[in-house]
Structures are given as structure tokens and as C-alpha cells.
Design a protein around this ligand. Structure first.
Ligand code: CAO
Length: 542
């Protein structure tokens, strides 16, 4: 059996072969998609120019291709012998001259060409034409996908209702279509026995000799026309939400998969057939959810949308970028990390006396240090002593990564939202230095002058609401960190010393920790060290 090589047709520049559309050994017809080619301008399916059995790939997945690159070897189906070809070309000649010779030989097949309009089949409502599945000039079979139609209810490939050569689109990409909308014009070549009809088509003027090359009995070795140029072919993917080729869309339709729910693993997020199959597998392995439940994308019941204006006047304000990022991050951390919060209250009377005695000018400080730099210093020590608090869990949950550096993030409240600058190497800094760095970061944060690197590399976060008030709160861990300390407002409280009540300044603390990494007992030990050092500041010297 003879084999033939299919080459890459004329394309603009080079690109990658990102998908094989058929498997070795498969029977392929002319114009069946062979590979998916993707350049930085477009993505398209390259059709086969010959009919036969795919016996060898000549291009590897992921490798580069350009005009003329050999793609595959096809074993030709032995239906076209030279004799038949000659016969067919005779027919072609005869058909071309049919105007002058209306009566033809009894045995010779003849072709009549008619132009048929394919219209949109019965659909519910209207929608958009988001993709052309074939190119002008392509031979299409009945039921071949013609366009992709997308309404707010569904996305579907509309099949061709006629067989022939696509000569004109009657609907523009992105335009609306509904039942009966004319979609495309197809040149339909039908063969007829002269003996049966006794004469050829009465429309010779519409029978250009070239169209004979589309006759059924010929396997055209026609060049694959991918014109319009690649940049035009990129246009079919009008919907930015779903980036997938026709073959993938077809598979998704067969499997009843909504492509906008599938994560694409191809270049620039293109959805591949394997992604659709993986999605189906995932769905099958998930527990069934009651149909009555309305679910958000994460599988969590969605919040209902409420029209608050029905209850009174409202004002809507778009969230700042920082607020949106915080919202997403907090949700991610809250949902992904199993939190436990441990509360404590420390007598910081001695620290308060020390702060009161402290003369900032002696240490080059502008003002007395607040309690925060002391807390940072003590936390830095505790992180060194209990390294699992200075760790992160790998994304697959298999490895604990111990950080050898100690960087502590400080939650800072700004008019634009919450930011967390990170004090680097906090364990190597004095109270004066920590104090200065907090002040600098707070000023930069409020002036929106923090740089990305100022907020990166944190190991542990402290959120101090001491200046604002509150008796305690449960801070959300700033993942992938594994713990966070919340500091609430200190208060003078009466403390029983065995004989009498004495005033003491009590500082409420709350330690939230990731229970996958830290056990309650570990948290207790960590908190106990922090407690001791804050209660007896001399311990920090040890
Ligand atoms: N108890 C009582 N008073 C406290 C206190 C506490 N725990 N912590 C601070 N204070 C006092 C300070 O001593 C200071 O008093 P003086 O003016 O008399 O010196 C005053 O409150 C203001 O302190 P501060 O806020 O300027 O300084 P700080 O070092 O305590 O905190 C900073 C700095 C940047 C962390 C803080 O200003 C801030 O932005 N905190 C908000 C953090 C936040 O929003 N966390 C919530 C995150 S979750 O939404």
C-alpha cells in the first residue's frame, strides 16, 4: 500500500504541535483534524489532506512546526488507482464542456452544482456564533460541525445539513443567531448517471471546471487551504471564557461537560481533550450533592444575592485592589487551613513599668517603644525555640519546610485596607531598631509606598488591635504561614495575690495555629514561653 506524507499547510510563522487529534492506526478522512497547532497568534486544528490510515507521526507533541513541516504518514486507502484517476479526469473534462455537449455518454458520471444555504436549526431563544469550525473552501460532510453557537443556556456545535464545499459565511463571528438564521452557503456537487437523467445539469454557468475536483469519486490531493491567514483563524475563539478547539468541544458535548468549568492545561489555558476526561473523572469521584443545594464554584453553598435597596437607600462602592486581594487571601486561608485558637492573658505590669522608665532619646528613638516591638522580639525567640511555628506545609501537604530565617509580618491598618509588611531577620534586631522599622513600615503603608518585596518572605504574623480596643479575637492565619498572634487591648485588672487584690496590666493574646502542623500541646508550650518572657522581660536575655 502506498503511503503519503501530510505536511503543515501555509501558516504565518511557526508554532507548537500541542495535541494529536487522532491515534496511530486510526482511519482518517480528508479534512479530519490531524493535529492542533498553536502559535502566539492562533490555535487551530490542521486537517488531513488525504484519506487513509495514520501509520506514523513525523512530528512530536510539543515540538515546533511551520509551513511545510512533515506531520504524519498516511497509508492510502486503495480506492484510487491511476486508471480511475484518469477516468475521473476524463469526466472532469467532459463536465467542463457540458454546455456545448448536453448529451453525454450513458456510463459517464456527471456532476451538477447547486448552492445550498445552511440555516440554524430549531433552538431555544437566541445566542452568539462564537466559533467557525471549518474554513471557507473546506469540503464538509453532513453532520460535520459548522459553527459553535453559545446561548446563556448552552454551547453547542451546529452540524452541517448539506455536504459540499463551504463557499461563504452568512453570519459573522460574534453575531446573534436563532432558529432559521442563514449560516453559510455550500456548493453542493451531486453526481447523476447520464442514462438516468439523459442530460447534465441545466445550470452550466455555475459549474466551474475547478469544482469537479470535489466530485465524490476523486480523492483530491488538494492543498489544504488554511487561508484566511492564521491570525484570522484565531478569531473563532471569540469567547474568552472558553478556549478550546472543535474536537474538544465535541467531546465535551458528548459527555455533557460545561467547558467553562474545566481547567485548561494547554498553552495559555487551552482546554484539551484530556482536561475534559480528567474533569469527568473528578466529578465521578466526588460525593453527590443534593440537587436542591445551590453551590458556588468551590462546592460551598453560595450566598444569596439580595436586593438591599428594597429595604431602604443604599450606596455601592467598589472595593479597593488591596481589599479585594485581602478578601481572596483571607477566604483561601480560612478555607484551606484548619484553625485552632489558643487564648491567654499576660500580666505585663513589669514591662509597662520598664516602658515608663525608658528614655527613648538615650537610644536614638523618637518616642517610647510600644509593647509591639517587645512582642516581636519575644516571638522571634519563640520561633527559634519551636521551629515548627517557623515552617510551611508544601502545597501537596507531604512536606514540612523549616525556614532558617525569622521574618515577622505586622498587620497594618490603612485607609485602603489591610497590608502586612515583613520585618526581615527580626531575631537580629534591637527594640529600638524594631520600633523604628514598625514606624517606617506603618508610614509607608499609609502613604501606599510599600513595595512588593516589603511584604514578602514572612514566617509568622502579628496582628495588634491594641490601640483600637477589644478584649480578644481569633486572627486568621496568613497562609502559607502556620501561626499568627493576635494582640488585643491591655487593661488594668485586679489580681488576687493570696492576701489582697492588686492592680495589674493584663494583655490579651490569641494564637491561631494550623492544626495540620501544630498540635494543641505545641501551641501551649509556645504560648507559655511568650507569656513568661512578656511577664518577666528579663527572660528575653536568657
Ligand atoms: N494595649 C493597649 N494600648 C496599646 C496596645 C495594647 N495592646 N498596643 C498599642 N497600644 C497603644 C500604644 O502604646 C500607643 O499609645 P501611645 O500613643 O500612648 O504611645 C497607641 O496604642 C498607638 O499605638 P500604635 O498603633 O501607634 O503602635 P503599635 O506599635 O502598637 O502598632 C501598628 C503599630 C502599625 C501595628 C498599628 O498602628 C496598626 O496598624 N494596627 C492595626 C493592625 C490591624 O488592623 N490588625 C487587624 C488585622 S485583622 O483585620
Amino acid at each position: 500500500m502506498a503511503t503519503e506524507i501530510v505536511f503543515m499547510p501555509e501558516v504565518d510563522g511557526s508554532g507548537d504541535v500541542i495535541e494529536y487529534c487522532v491515534e496511530l492506526g486510526a482511519q482518517i478522512a480528508i479534512d479530519d483534524p490531524l493535529i492542533v497547532f498553536e502559535s502566539d497568534k492562533a490555535s487551530m486544528e490542521v486537517p488531513s489532506a488525504v484519506e487513509g490510515i495514520l501509520v506514523e507521526w513525523l512530528v512530536e507533541l510539543g515540538s515546533k512546526a511551520e509551513s511545510g513541516t512533515p506531520l504524519a504518514r498516511i497509508e492510502l486507502v486503495d480506492t484510487v488507482s491511476e486508471v480511475e484517476k484518469n477516468k475521473t479526469s476524463e469526466v472532469a473534462e467532459k463536465t467542463a464542456t457540458a454546455v456545448e455537449q448536453p448529451l453525454v455518454e450513458e456510463t459517464a458520471p456527471a456532476q451538477s452544482v447547486t448552492i445550498e444555504t445552511i440555516t440554524m436549526p430549531e433552538v431555544e431563544g437566541s445566542g452568539d456564533v462564537i466559533e467557525y469550525c471549518v474554513d471557507i473552501g473546506s469540503q464538509i460532510e453532513i453532520d460535520d460541525p459548522l459553527i459553535v453557537f453559545e446561548s446563556d443556556k448552552a454551547s453547542m456545535e451546529v452540524p452541517a445539513s448539506a455536504k459540499g464545499v463551504l463557499i461563504e459565511w452568512l453570519v459573522e463571528l460574534g453575531s446573534k443567531a436563532e432558529s432559521g438564521t442563514p449560516l453559510a452557503r455550500v456548493e453542493v456537487v451531486s453526481s447523476a448517471r447520464a442514462g438516468a437523467q439523459n442530460k447534465v445539469s441545466a445550470q452550466p454557468a455555475q459549474t466551474p471546471a475547478a469544482s469537479v475536483s470535489h466530485a465524490d469519486s476523486i480523492i483530491p490531493q488538494k492543498p489544504v487551504t488554511l487561508a484566511p491567514a492564521v491570525t484570522d483563524i484565531a478569531q473563532p475563539v471569540v469567547s474568552a471564557e472558553v478556549y478550546a478547539g472543535p474536537a474538544t468541544r465535541k467531546l465535551a458535548r458528548e459527555l455533557g461537560v460545561a467547558l467553562n468549568k474545566v481547567q485548561g492545561s494547554g498553552n495559555r489555558g487551552r482546554i484539551l481533550k484530556d482536561d475534559v476526561k480528567r474533569f469527568v473523572k473528578q466529578q465521578m469521584s466526588q460525593p453527590q450533592v443534593s440537587a436542591a443545594q445551590s453551590l458556588s464554584g468551590s462546592g460551598i453553598p453560595a450566598m444569596p444575592t439580595v436586593d438591599f435597596s428594597q429595604f431602604g437607600d443604599i450606596e455601592e462602592k467598589t472595593l479597593s485592589g488591596i481589599a479585594k486581594a485581602t478578601s481572596a487571601h483571607m477566604t483561601r486561608c480560612w478555607l484551606n487551613i484548619p484553625h485552632v485558637t489558643l487564648f491567654d492573658e499576660v500580666d505585663i505590669s513589669e514591662l509597662e513599668r520598664f516602658r515608663a522608665r525608658c528614655k527613648p532619646e538615650q537610644y536614638g528613638m523618637e518616642k517610647k517603644p510600644t509593647v509591639l516591638p517587645f512582642i516581636i522580639m519575644i516571638i522571634a525567640k519563640a520561633l527559634r525555640r519551636y521551629p515548627q511555628f517557623n515552617s510551611a506545609l508544601s502545597a501537596d501537604g507531604e512536606t514540612l519546610i523549616y525556614k532558617q530565617y525569622i521574618n515577622i509580618g505586622i498587620a497594618v491598618d490603612t485607609p485602603a485596607g489591610l497590608v502586612v509588611p515583613v520585618i526581615k531577620n527580626a531575631d537580629q534586631k534591637s527594640i529600638a531598631e524594631l520600633s523604628q522599622e514598625i514606624a517606617n513600615y506603618a508610614a509607608k503603608a499609609r502613604d501606599r509606598k510599600l513595595k512588593a518585596e516589603d511584604m514578602q518572605g514572612g514566617c509568622f504574623t502579628i496582628s495588634s488591635l491594641g490601640a483600637m480596643g477589644g478584649t480578644g479575637f481569633t486572627p486568621i492565619i496568613n497562609g502559607p504561614e502556620v501561626a499568627i498572634l493576635g494582640v488585643a487591648r491591655s487593661e488594668i485588672k485586679p489580681v488576687w495575690n493570696g492576701e489582697t487584690f492588686l492592680p495589674a496590666t493584663k494583655l490579651p493574646l490569641s494564637l491561631s495555629f494550623d492544626h495540620r502542623v501544630i498540635n494543641g500541646a505545641d501551641a501551649g508550650r509556645f504560648m507559655s514561653m511568650v507569656h513568661q518572657c512578656l511577664a518577666d522581660i528579663g527572660c528575653t536575655l536568657l
